[in-house]
Ligand binder design. Structure first.
Ligand code: PNS
Length: 160
């Protein structure tokens, strides 16, 4: 039986840290769906379609990864996708409390779905989408921590 996993997130924008987690998940599971949350309550720097496009382009080298978007409850989406696993990345202990709470809430909602944590490469342990946006906005270099397609998009967005 093929095991399908969903890697959900805001991906605003996708970083090399996310790419690393997605690649490792794809080496373990048969199919991985990287899925961008459509969150009307949170203002995002990039639209859902831009975030999906950046994710798709930067993960096109991995044949068992697809990119999608979702709204509503994650566990409902995971079931709709015929998946049984939720992938989340861990960078530091500071991520753990939030992730642990979310995993337990999701388990309470859908006990048949497993949350699977993948630890980041230490070289990306400090990288977050929000710090990438901020550093770039104030003229710092983020070339080493985002895929080229994201770097170009950031240039287009903040340096017009
Ligand atoms: O990249 P992020 O912002 O840390 O991802 C958070 C995400 C998208 C995984 C989380 O906010 C989510 O699953 N939202 C959907 C709503 C939901 O199911 N909430 C219950 C889990 S506590």
């Amino acid at each position: 039986m093929k095991v399908r996993a969903v890697y959900p997130g805001s991906f605003d924008p996708i970083t090399n840290g996310h790419i690393y987690i997605a690649e490792r998940a794809a080496a373990i599971f048969d199919e991985v769906v990287v899925s961008v949350l459509v969150n009307e309550r949170k203002s995002a720097a990039f639209s859902v379609s831009e975030r999906c496009e950046m994710a798709r382009k930067s993960l096109s080298h991995v044949s068992n990864i697809t990119v999608d978007s979702f709204n509503g409850l994650l566990v409902d989406y995971v079931k709709q996708q015929g998946a049984s696993v939720i992938i989340r990345g861990l960078r530091a202990m500071s991520d753990f409390e939030y992730e642990f709470q979310m995993a337990l809430m999701n388990r309470q909602l859908a006990p048949e779905i497993e949350t699977f944590f993948i630890v980041t490469d230490p070289k990306y342990s400090y990288v977050s989408s929000s710090s990438v946006r901020e550093v770039f906005h104030f003229g710092g270099t983020v070339r080493d921590v985002v895929p080229p397609v994201v770097f170009d998009k950031l240039r287009e967005r903040y340096r017009q």
